[in-house]
Design a protein around this ligand. Structure first.
Ligand SMILES: O=C(O)C(=O)C[C@]1(C(=O)O)C=C[C@@H](O)C=C1
Length: 97
């Protein structure tokens, strides 16, 4: 028997809500780690950004995205968006010293 469209929509939205919650928790964990990196860099006078490291990360994420059937350009945009915020935190941590 076919599922009622409203039931299907509710079921799919349940999955979307679970995935969004997981993404928020994963992002929170990532920022907990990068905040520690920011403190370390500020304490030791290291520059906030590391373009060579970012290049490696982008290449890896684009490869993973392709394997997962996700648009690699979207994966790169997402990474750059997150890293811009991380660098803002790192710069604020350095300026606070
Ligand atoms: O690995 C670092 O050095 C970081 O500061 C973390 C991070 C990241 O968020 O992945 C952020 C900024 C750097 O340019 C590179 C990577």
């Amino acid at each position: 028997m076919n599922e009622d469209p409203t039931t299907t929509l509710m079921r799919l939205r349940g999955s979307i809500d679970n995935i969004d919650a997981a993404l928020i928790h994963l992002l929170a964990e990532r920022f907990k780690a990068t905040k520690q990196v920011g403190q370390l860099k500020a304490e030791h006078g290291m520059p906030p950004s590391d373009p060579a490291r970012e290049e490696q990360q982008v290449a890896r994420l684009r490869r993973l995205a392709e394997e997962a059937d996700l648009d690699p350009a979207f994966a790169e945009k997402w990474f750059n968006f997150v890293v811009a915020e991380v660098i803002r935190h790192h710069t604020a941590a350095a300026d606070a010293r």
